[in-house]
Write a protein that binds this ligand. Structure first.
Ligand SMILES: NC(=O)c1ccc[n+]([C@@H]2O[C@H](COP(=O)([O-])OP(=O)(O)OC[C@H]3O[C@@H](n4cnc5c(N)ncnc54)[C@H](O)[C@@H]3O)[C@@H](O)[C@H]2O)c1
Length: 275
């Protein structure tokens, strides 16, 4: 198959300004797709040294352009449904269609480092610490909004365009934390579990329109926000953390014709993690 297998396709990547989302944007641009990156901070890569060092241009948009893609960057908070709909309408207007949607925005974070004015104590992200029986309202709302609602709003915003054109590939982003409650990572795990259910029902809804909807469930993947977790390799069959490219290659499968008869499923990308 040609390396330009996504030529003529437009891919939306939410949360594409750093981390895994940036990896998906670059990978799909490398396969010939035009790319729309929607992120609440288009310069989010500048927050972490690890991400800054990965950047090969000033912004992720410029990196994708260097690969030959037409690129649109939209700064938008996808926890707002109307804002999400407006962002999708704009990208269709400017890039011509939306053929692929990677609903990647999210994270087990209550307050992101770039929302903190001056991290006086060196503290950056404030991660979720809730339990199923005790979770502050603010944490509950924020984490469900950031993970579940951004995903649902994005899917609902792209669906009318994909239905009209009678094709589309949607990839939602769950987590191994949403497949097994063992880690007790609440309410993040609850949000990611709901994404698996939503993916399955959305696939039934959109299947008659030749639209596939599948979830990926990354395990321990090295990104700037989550840092070095190599010490957890002992719980992974392949004895290493996952890489952004490990995830991007599964996304490639789910957005190309290799997966045309796969829908409603969740693919773990965890190196055989067993704890
Ligand atoms: N890295 C891992 O090990 C891992 C494991 C399992 C699942 N995941 C999931 O993969 C996705 C990406 O993770 P990452 O490690 O690259 O995180 P990250 O924090 O590096 O990237 C997330 C991006 O989403 C953006 N974003 C957050 N909230 C948003 C909002 N409301 N509207 C628009 N953009 C928003 C952020 O600005 C950021 O650029 C997340 O959904 C995360 O839950 C990651």
């Amino acid at each position: 198959m040609s390396e330009n297998k996504l030529a003529g396709k437009v891919a939306l990547i939410t949360g594409g300004a750093r981390g895994l989302g940036r990896g998906y944007a670059l990978h799909l641009a490398g396969l010939g797709a035009d790319v729309a990156i929607v992120d609440r901070n288009l310069r989010a890569a500048e927050v972490y040294e690890f991400e800054k060092e990965l950047l090969k241009a000033d912004t992720v948009m410029e990196e994708c352009e260097a690969l030959g893609a037409h690129v649109l960057g939209i700064e938008a908070d996808l926890t707002d449904r109307e804002v999400t709909e407006a962002a999708v309408a704009r990208l269709v207007d400017e890039l011509g269609s939306v053929d692929i949607a990677i609903c990647n925005a999210g994270g087990g974070t209550v307050v992101f480092a770039d929302e903190v004015e001056v991290p006086e104590d060196g503290q950056t992200d404030i991660n979720t610490t809730g339990t199923a029986s005790d979770c502050p309202q603010e944490m509950l709302t924020r984490v469900l909004d950031t993970n579940l609602m951004t995903c649902m709003y994005t899917c609902m915003a792209v669906a009318p365009y994909m239905k009209a054109q009678k094709h589309g590939k949607i990839v939602t982003v769950s987590s191994t934390g949403g497949m097994d409650a063992g880690a007790g990572y609440h309410p993040y795990g609850t949000a990611k579990a709901a994404i698996i259910y939503y993916t399955r029902t959305l696939a039934q809804d959109l299947g008659p329109y030749n639209i596939t909807v599948n979830a990926i469930a990354p395990g321990i993947i090295r990104t700037g926000r989550l840092g070095d977790r190599a010490h957890l390799s002992k719980y992974i069959a392949l004895r290493r953390e996952g890489t952004i490219e490990d995830c991007a290659r599964v996304v490639e499968f789910l957005v190309t014709d290799l997966s045309d008869y796969v829908t409603g499923r969740t693919i773990p990308i965890d190196g055989g993690q067993y704890r």
